[in-house]
Design a protein around this ligand. Sequence first.
Ligand code: TRP
Ligand code: SF4
Length: 328
Amino acid sequence: MKDRVVSGYRPSGRLHLGHYHGNLKTMMRLQETNDCYFFVADWHALTTDYRDTSNLGIYTTEMVLDWLAAGLDPGKCTIYRQSDIESIPEIVLYFSIITTLGELERCPTYKEQLRELDSRGVNTYGFLGYPVLMATDILIVDAELVPVGEDQEPHLELTRDIARRFNSLYGRTFPEPRAILSPSPKIPGTDGRKMSKSYNNHIGLDDEPEEIRQKVRKMITDPARARRQDKGHPGTCSVFKLYEAYPEVDSRKRADECSEATVGCTDCKDEIAGVIARDMAGLRAKRRELAGNPDVVSEILAAGADVVRPIAGEVLGRVRDAMNIGNL
Ligand code: TRP
Ligand code: SF4
């Protein structure tokens, strides 16, 4: 039996190169071999942005179109939206009853985001319970494998704890899912930090070649190379990290040229910007074509919900039976 796979993205609009070289490639690989469920985590998006919800629809559409352009194929995986699956909140309720406050307060992402997003008023019950919602997303489709970024590992840990606790309290109901982690800073942002829209240091999946060139040109290189004839240290240069993400370029040769000062930073940057632009050309064209027909998104989400609702309903039935809910 193939392991069942689930993963979700918050609808935050357009995707970038960091998503593409991180988790998205893993998802694309898994859709070829496994039974995959990929969803738009719109309830999750609410937990940090509940005041202004006006962009939820457009962000969902944009993100699904980017998924499709990148190569997720609704013929090979099931694409759906979290809020279309009505059984989720009921399971969230049961899980929230068996999860302790301490477990939630100990999640590193909770403390971190509470500090970072303080101004958005995220000190709420729903935000604290975010990992319970995530555990439900995973367990409600009986998933065994969860491709996610490294930062999500503590949530997977808690998901396994919840599954284990539920099984020991009410009898074996859930498999214990495993994470497939993609290292997050594989691709640096243009300022050297992790690539993220909130840092505004991203290269968009459909940036035009000239835009990519401009962004790469602005990147900080090895500070030791103040002049063209200074020898560089590729290990300390973010531009070089971009080289390493593209196996089709000879990064060893580039490293030698950099340390021997036989290539200048401007040429080095323009070259990798060209590689990125060419690699994205197919995606850009497909994205443009899809943008002319955004109705595909509602069709795909409706079909996905039709597949997932019965699965989630069956799992919910098992949960209710195990807990003696609704029985006389
Ligand atoms: N928490 C994830 C993130 O912020 C998104 C997510 C929600 C998710 N539910 C999930 C990922 C279930 C994998 C499985 O990136
Ligand atoms: Fe970085 Fe390339 Fe300049 Fe070397 S030559 S410091 S790798 S930009």
